[in-house]
Structures are given as C-alpha cells and as structure tokens.
Write a protein that binds this ligand. Structure first.
Ligand SMILES: *Cc1c(COP(=O)(O)O)cnc(C)c1O
Length: 381
C-alpha cells in the first residue's frame, strides 16, 4: 500500500519544471535580481487577477501583515497599544504581526463551523474599543466579509484581510483581499499560490498606503540614499517573482482541482466520529488550502489513518495564547472553544495533484475508522 502524503509539493511543481527553469534562466540572463522587471510584471499581473489597484511584492506573508500595520501607524491611523480584533485560533503570524507593532491583540472565539471570525465575534469585541480588525480567511474559506465590513464602517475600524491561505477565493466575482482596506498574501511554497522560496504581497486600492509600503519594504526610501521612513528590507526577489508568473495562470485551475477533491470528501466521508468542515457561502468562497475535519478522537483517528497509509497534519496543535512566547502577554485569556479546536482538528491530504485513487484511499480509510473499538483497544492495551 502506497502512502498518501498530507501535501506533496514536488507533485505540484514537477510538471512545471521546464517552465520554472526557463523563468530562472531569464532572470539569470538579465543579471538583475532585486526589484526589477519580474517583480513589476508580477505585481501588475496579480493586480489584474485580484482587481486591486496596487500589489506590493514583499519578502513574506508575515511581512505583509507587519508592514501594513506599521504603515497605518506611520500614517497616524493606529498608535501604540491600539486593539486589533483577530480570531484566537488564527496562525501565529497573525498575532506576531500585531504584537511586533506594539498593538494589542483582541482575541475572540471563532465561528465553530467555519473556524473564522464571525460578525457576532467581532461585535463581542467592540467593548474593548478596537481600532482595527484582522480577518484571517483560515484554511481557504472567506470570512463573512460584507458583514464584517459593515461593522468596521459603522465603528470606523481599519480592516486588514489575511489571504495567506485564500488566494483566488471569491464571493460573487469579488476576489479575496479586495473587501477590506488592505490584504496580506503569502507565497510560501505550500500555499495555493506558492513560490519556490519565501515571498508575500499586500494588495490595496489605497494609493497613499501603497506608496508607503513600497518605501517601507526598501529601507523607507523612494529614492536611493533618501530615507523618509525607518523602513526594513522586505523585497520580493526577481527569481521568486518570475516563478510566481509561471504559476499564477494555473491558480484557478488548481483551486478547482482542490474544490473537486473537497466535494468528494464532503459527499463520501460518512463517519459519526468525524465532523466535516462547513461551507458557509457559495462554492467558490472556499479554495480549500486545507481540508480540516474535527474529531473528539483526533489522535486515535490520525493513528488509524497513518496505519491505512494516509498522512495527516494538525493546523495547529497549540493556540497562540498558549504559546510560550505569549505566556506573559496573553496568559489571562480563557478561550475554551479555541482550545477544544486545537485538540480536535485534523487536516486530511489536500493538493491539486492528488489522484482519484489517492482520494478514494483517504475516503475509505476515514470511513473505516471505528472510534468505539479503538477506545476499547487503547483501554485494554
Ligand atoms: C502562511 C501564513 C502566514 C505567513 O506567511 P509567511 O509567508 O510564511 O510569512 C500568515 N498568515 C497565515 C494565515 C498563513 O497561513
């Protein structure tokens, strides 16, 4: 029996090897590696794809979040200690971007069905007088953006989307990242749109913010040796931009392949010990970066699947407020739902390169799991 990997990067990239090599060759032949034609071309292609006015290529997804908040501080729209609402079960990078800027994370419990920030969750945080909201489209599913945006407009809050797992997700014809005031993307290799190394971007329609981010990513300088802001070095490089230009035209097709696999899992996995993910809105509002199920018998289930040749992963095993780095700052939080989720979530194999046979192996293995028998075996063993 062959093993189905949780995610097989080489299966995704191998068919593109010739095109990627050609792209690398173009960069080498140009002799220009930082902030040149490839980055400019990718930025305009990604703007055309998303419909945003501006794309600013950066070194990582974390930097996209960090620098957007930092730019809002430089513009005087945020200041030290201001609160940013975020779902407590988000990825650590989201919380790091907030605390890195000396802002205050306001952690709220997610919608238990979608794992995302809900309108009710956001409203529950308003008493803590937030100044901004970070809407993380976790696992590839859009947060309820029209509802969140309406609250933000009423309350005068800035709205930052984290699209690191949601490239190409749509509500109607509107792309992830174009609902809020700005959005961060990651092009880490395993993301739905992944480079062959690190990369990230911000998209926005705000001309001033875009200009400021271009400066901040490059030492706070718009002209060489003239430093208007205290910036950093966070530039998307030419090589990664060239690779991303090869892969962007395939994104919709790859998302459709993920959607097809997710639909099979949703229709064919039938096991009372497994809670399948909930699609909140229309089909294309989820791009299935991960297919995350819940089970009270999560650890037994993972073991069972492993024995059936199905690799799984846990996104994420420990919530940010329980991480050692936050044991001073966030230790007071009581978040029972978030903590339960981290004990119960399990990511099934998901990749546009999974074959029908692999998908069937996952489904059969999931359906063969018998929580009752396993608990007995463990009790007697
Ligand atoms: C991957 C990811 C990030 C960070 O992106 P990097 O490119 O790895 O820095 C941020 N937020 C979420 C939700 C992510 O999945």
């Amino acid at each position: 029996m062959k093993t189905v990997p949780a995610f097989d990067l080489s299966a995704v990239d191998a068919p593109l090897a010739d095109d990627l090599a050609k792209a690398a060759r173009t960069v080498i032949d140009s002799g220009w590696y930082v902030l040149g034609h490839q980055v400019e071309a990718f930025e305009s292609e990604f703007s055309r794809y998303t419909g945003a006015a501006h794309t600013i290529g950066l070194a990582s997804g974390l930097d996209a979040l960090v620098l957007t908040l930092r730019a809002w501080k430089a513009q005087g729209r945020l200041k030290d200690g201001d609160g940013v609402v975020v779902a407590a079960n988000a990825y650590i990078a989201c919380i790091l971007a907030i605390t890195e800027n000396r802002l205050r994370p306001i952690l709220v419990e997610p919608d238990p069905l979608t794992f995302n920030l809900s309108e009710a969750g956001l409203r529950s945080a308003l008493a803590q007088k937030p100044k901004a909201v970070m809407a993380v489209h976790l696992y590839g599913q859009l947060c309820p953006m029209p509802e969140l945006l309406a609250v933000c407009e009423d309350e005068g809050l800035l709205l930052l989307e984290d699209c690191a797992q949601a490239h190409g997700a749509l509500l109607g014809s509107q792309q992830a990242g174009t609902f809020g005031h700005a959005a961060g993307f990651s092009f880490y290799p395993t993301k739905n749109l992944g480079a062959l190394g690190d990369g990230g971007a911000v998209i926005t329609t705000d001309d001033d913010l875009a200009k400021l981010l271009r400066s901040l990513r490059n030492y706070g300088s718009e002209r060489k040796y003239v430093n208007t802001h205290q910036g950093i070095n966070s530039r998307l490089d030419e090589m990664q931009a060239a690779f991303l230009r090869v892969k962007l035209p395939l994104l919709d097709e790859q998302n459709a392949a993920r959607r097809h696999i997710a639909t099979r899992y949703l229709n064919e996995i039938r096991n009372p010990a497994i809670v399948l993910p909930t699609l909140r809105a229309e089909e294309k509002s989820h791009v299935w970066h991960l297919f995350v199920i819940r089970s009270e018998a999560r650890n037994h289930l993972a073991l069972h699947l492993q024995e059936c040749g199905v690799q799984t992963a846990i996104h994420y095993p420990v919530p940010p407020h329980r991480q050692e780095c936050y044991h001073e700052d966030l230790k007071g939080h009581v978040l029972p739902l978030t903590e339960a989720l981290h004990d119960e979530v399990l990511s099934l194999p998901m990749s546009p390169a999974l074959t029908d046979a692999q998908v069937e192996q996952v489904i059969a293995a999931a359906n063969a799991f018998d929580a009752a028998t396993l608990t007995q075996q463990v009790a007697h063993g």
